[in-house]
Design a protein around this ligand. Structure first.
Ligand code: EPU
Length: 258
């Protein structure tokens, strides 16, 4: 199907849990694939290693690892992603990044070939990898054995800190902007006085300024309009150009896989 899409010039995207994605009000004019067949949701544990399908829910994986006393994923608490999305975006936070536990990634390359990429080839950086042009099929992870109670305590502490500082119960696409080197986008937006700024039904969160919260009536245009307002406000206040962390899907599929 993907080869056919490429041959016929139809853009294609893989959708994980959609947590970091903003789809234009005009939709996306192409093929959207969800890897939710059982084969993409399998988890195979061997000692401290786990081979996990790209469609696996990251929260489910993290909770199973916590129960088994396997350490390394605790900082993923509260991140609503699939494993494939977490690998591609190198999801994480101050407590660590997903790539910390990745040994290798099985991908389908742009030409349809299935390849095993060792960690070093994946080009992991801050919310970035070199996997943009591939489809992540599965990942081989290496965790560390630890006392399950200690692993759980770390997981709970990351989760409660996020619940305290982030609007997890509201609709949002997670942190909208990447942190500029050595700075916090949230703190810059906050110090620019932009908490509570609104465009239509989209509002800069009072709890964490790098989140835009949107009620059900909000449109993607509201969110995009607010992104422009925030960028302009931070540029004017601090001369800093904020870069988007979220992925914006446009109708004609710029930046799509095929
Ligand atoms: N801050 C403010 N006002 C705000 C928000 C934050 O002053 O409205 C201050 C905080 O008080 C703190 C500093 O900014 O001193 C940093 O804030 P925080 O600890 O919340 O971390 P962050 O850098 O804003 C990062 C990730 C989050 C991740 C958290 C926790 C980015 C862009 N954000 O946030 O990731 O959950 O650390 O580990 O890298 C995401 O990627 O979607 C995301 C939410």
């Amino acid at each position: 199907m993907l080869t056919r899409a490429r041959d016929e010039d139809v853009p294609c995207k893989i959708l994980g849990r959609g947590a970091n994605v903003l789809v234009s009000d005009d939709g996306f004019d192409g093929v959207v694939v969800r890897l939710d067949a059982p084969a993409f949701r399998r988890m195979e544990f061997r000692d401290h290693h786990v081979e996990v399908g790209a469609g696996t829910d990251l929260t489910a994986l993290t909770r199973i690892c916590v129960r088994r006393g396997l350490a390394g994923l605790e900082a993923m608490a509260g991140i609503p992603a699939t494993v494939g999305g977490a690998v591609r975006m190198n999801a994480g936070g101050r407590g660590g990044e997903f790539s910390d536990v990745v040994r290798s990634v099985r991908v389908m390359a742009a030409d349809g070939a299935v390849e095993e990429w060792p960690r070093a080839r994946c080009g992991f950086g801050y919310r970035h990898s070199r996997l943009d042009s591939c489809i992540v099929l599965s990942a081989a992870l290496e965790l560390r054995g630890d006392d399950p109670q200690r692993v759980r305590a770390r997981f709970e502490s990351f989760l409660s800190e996020k619940q305290r500082t982030q609007p997890l119960a509201e609709h949002s696409a997670g942190c909208v902007f990447k942190n500029p080197p050595g700075q916090s986008a949230g703190a810059l937006i906050d110090r620019a006085g932009l908490k509570g700024a609104a465009c239509g039904q989209a509002v800069v969160s009072h709890r964490h300024a790098n989140f835009i919260v949107a009620d059900r009536a909000a449109t993607a245009s509201d969110v995009l309009g607010l992104i422009d307002i925030v960028r302009e406000g931070v540029r004017r206040a601090f001369d800093v150009e904020l870069q988007l962390e979220i992925d914006v899907w446009h109708p004609l599929g710029e930046g799509s896989l095929v």
